[in-house]
Write a protein that binds this ligand. Sequence first.
Ligand SMILES: C[S@@+](CC[C@H](N)C(=O)[O-])C[C@H]1O[C@@H](n2cnc3c(N)ncnc32)[C@H](O)[C@@H]1O
Length: 215
Amino acid sequence: MSIGQKALDRFILWWGLHGGVAQFHRPTGAGGHLAGWIMGRRPSNVARNHWAVRLLDVQPTDRVIEFGCGPGVAIAALAAKASYVVGVDQSPVMIGQAGRRNKAAVRAGRARFIQASVQKLSIDDEPFDIALAVNTLGMWPDPVDRLREISRLLRPGGRIAIVSQPRCQGATAATSAAAVDELTRQLTDAGFQHQRTEMLDLDPPVACVIGALER
Ligand SMILES: C[S@@+](CC[C@H](N)C(=O)[O-])C[C@H]1O[C@@H](n2cnc3c(N)ncnc32)[C@H](O)[C@@H]1O
């Protein structure tokens, strides 16, 4: 790990202990801009998002929607593969950063951003092939209800990937394994069939649970 990365990790730890965590849940104002800057550049966050996109094997005809897109790291990777991508986030600061990060795709009409909370979704788009949520579902109220609503935005056979790296202090591989069980149960309760689980070897491990609707 480079000296710059170590310094950034130390700063994030310090900031987290001094109220910064809230800015990763609902980024606002200057603190929100800083949280977005960190999420857009921190190697572990970029790796987690790119890994999730690779797992989805996105095809050139796919329409993809991401919830809690933050500064748009996954959207940039998705826009390079899919025909059309939509990013949804409750934070105007994140929607601004994501739009700037993906301005070429937005200009080309291949990416669109919607500022909305998942509990107040009103998306009148054609059905999507794939939905993605990275380190955000744990922040949603009534996640099973939210997942059920998302399932209605997908075509029959559509897939969803939920990525989670536990962020609580002292989290271990066992915390990540518990997250897999919880995500699998939530997806099943929302009507998705459990397709597979993948783990990324970070500390603690990152879980990606992929579900699919019936065809
Ligand atoms: C930890 S950040 C992760 C951002 C991005 N997925 C990433 O991995 O870089 C969580 C994001 O989820 C968004 N978020 C949290 N709760 C939300 C909700 N109920 N509706 C929409 N977005 C939400 C936050 O605004 C924030 O941008």
